[in-house]
Design a protein around this ligand. Sequence first.
Ligand code: ATP
Length: 888
Amino acid sequence: MNWHQQPKEKLEHILQVTAGTGLDHGQAKARLKQVGPNTLEEKKKVPGWLLFLNQFQDTMILILLGATAISAALGEYIDAITIIFIVIMNGILGFIQENKAEKSLDALKELASPTITVRRNGQWKTIPSMEAVPGDIVKLTGGDKVSADIRLLEANGLTAEESALTGESFPVQKTADVLNEDDISIGEKQNMVFAGTLITKGYATGVIVATGMKTEMGKIAHLLSSSEKNETPLQRRLAHLGTMLITGALILTGLVVVLGIMQGQPMYKMFLSGVSLAVAAIPEGLPAIVTVVLALGVQRMIKRNAIVRQLPAVETLGCASVICSDKTGTLTQNKMKVTALWDGSGLSLRKPKKSFQKTKNEKLLTYGALCTQITVDSTHSQTAANSDMKGDPTENALLEAAASCGIELNMLLSNHKVERDFPFDSERKRMSVLVKNKKGESFIITKGAPDILLERASHIDTNGRIERLSTYKKNEVKQTIGYMANKALRTIAVAYRPLKAGETINSADAAERNLIFLGVEGMIDPPRQEAKDAIMECRQAGIKTIMITGDHKDTAAAIARDIGLLPEYGLVITGKEWNQATDKEKQKLMQRAYVFARVSPEDKLNIVNVLKKQGHIVAMTGDGVNDAPALKSADIGIAMGKTGTDVAKEASALILRDDNFSTIRSAIKEGRNIYENIRKFIRYMLASNVGEILVMLFAVMLGMPLPLVAIQILWINLITDGLPAMALGLDQPENNVMKRPPRSAKESIFARGMGWKIISRGFLIGCVTLLGFMTALHEQPNDLIRAQTIAFSTLVMAQLIHVFDCRTNQTIFDRNPFENKYLTAAVLSSIFLLLLVIYTPMLQPIFHTTPLSAMEWALVLALASIPTFALAGKTLFRQTNVRKAKAS
Ligand code: ATP
């Protein structure tokens, strides 16, 4: 269908809808049922059974199964069945982990799902884009992401960025006019916008002509990089590490097998033990646990209102060294109320719960209320403004101030018609409307940052008397702005200009000149109390907070001081000052910069780049279309969930559901903790594996019998690697996570002494296990099963004690070991599984075990404690010595 050639009436006819009222709920429901949800079909999901089977794809597991088949052929049925049982249990565990990871990631996708504003039963309603259907009448404004193919019915200064479809990144102008050309490309269909593209500016209404896979985007969806992997740098590094670990483990186990055979051990037994050892020593669960820990961490972040859009951000968050934050709504409450008015005749202050004097301030309040997006939208929507209409808090405050004096919006709208508008943008810092009153007089009203409006005004209106704006008067206005700003008030000036007969206005620039200055409205926007604590905590964590705002220098400084962001020596820099500085000066200024005021989105990008050049990892907030480049360029772009545009969200790695600064702090804390938890279980798993390999290697080197049989090795792998490692990944943060500086992004996973800890603990675990085995053999040389049971128990217990040590970078005594309930439960279940195979008479022959006496348990526990407690003792001893040395 050539939608672009159809006139409005034809479109309404084909799509069975009336533009003025939209679809009714019943129609929409029926169409949704007929055409399906407005989503792009995703790559076919891996079914559960396949995910389960995938667990056995691992080469080592396949070799093990091969070895098991050989043992079955040799008549060792019980061995074979047990190995298969353990392998299946391992597979189930892996399946649960991967399934959980996938489910959590899916849940994240749903959270970030977009919305669309449609007209249903005559009312504008915001619904999930998924529910939009062909025939829906929709409203689009600058910053929206288009979620269906739409033929425009009305367009006002609309531009769209269609690079996702056409590759052209420069925004194109759109119109609602019918196009006659027959066969034209997507890029030429100027009266249509397409799913997946972005509205950069303007306002439009239109009718949906295609949804889901029927859209132009849907048609090429299969060409898109649907296989795009959301992997973090750490996951990539771990994949690399995995290959090294596998090689290392294979070489060592190969050595064990060769030495064993040379010592005269039976070949078949050595082969089975070797393969089991390789299966145990290769941390095959590592990638899945990393994903689960990341995904669960991300879910915890959601509970704290931070939505992660890109998984790598979780890691980068932990490295953040600077947060560049917006002021309004993020550091302040965005609950604005006009408390001061100034017009030519002087200042009026509003007492709490009182209104201003209508007679004195009527014109300022009226014009302030008329020049708002709500009046514009009410005009466009051809319905009277209704209380559901949500405006920007700044504008709501202006409307409320007017309404409190009886100047109601509906009354204003019945007496005036907004004929054109030039919407607010943070570059111009002002907006204008062209209004016609009942007498037929047309005039421009502009409102915006007072310093900027002053530059565009030539006259001033004092109680209806219009005079030239003298330098004296200008200074009076500036003093007033300064007075209000120092009281942390946000200031908005209002100005106007009657249009001459026949004058046409083609651009914002033409509208906003030779203005008559009317006055200034000052509004409070109380700081968020929680921001104060968050800024302090970030400072302790070595993270600098910088405020970047479009607001006035003094207002910004007053609020920054109030929330403890601006230290005595800190600088407040305006966008103008920043742009005048040379690159070298900028580097220097940045050292002491804490507040950037009256900046434009372009300056934001420059600030990010200077910070990055200084080696910072930058988190940057933003909400508008123009913020997108800065958000993309920052290491962690953070969009506002409530006030942010789709464009800003699209460019970000993180979305703050509550727009609150303290949420960033929580996300950083969580990011740091997730990374530490990953380090914790890697440390635990690798030290355990080193211990397992070494005990076998030492034994064959010393010409001793094998301390563990194949099934014991596999059982150890099952009960110590699975649940305890997962539980470590869910550990609570240490008290000092936010008391140490951010880690370097280039830091190795083994940094800060972890490599040494893995090797030393692993070595000791191997040694004590061997010692237990040798002691038992020395006492009763003929009872190999007893010695093996002691070795088996010592190895398991040493790992289960060591797991508590892994919770901290200090010693086991520095944290309450039982604080992590999951870990305690996992360890108890592992102990139970150990006792089960030692004390169940039926299982004893299968696992080659025998019950141990109390004395033997005392030996096992004493030996198993050594790796953890001996080294903790050593650290404590050293700390005491350092303390003593400091004291003396
Ligand atoms: P932040 O960037 O921290 O959110 P901000 O909201 O003050 O701060 P902008 O939204 O860019 O930054 O606003 C800059 C200035 O523009 C404000 O100080 C105000 O004077 C003016 N302004 C803000 N909103 C409007 C509006 N809706 N209409 C006209 N002028 C506005």
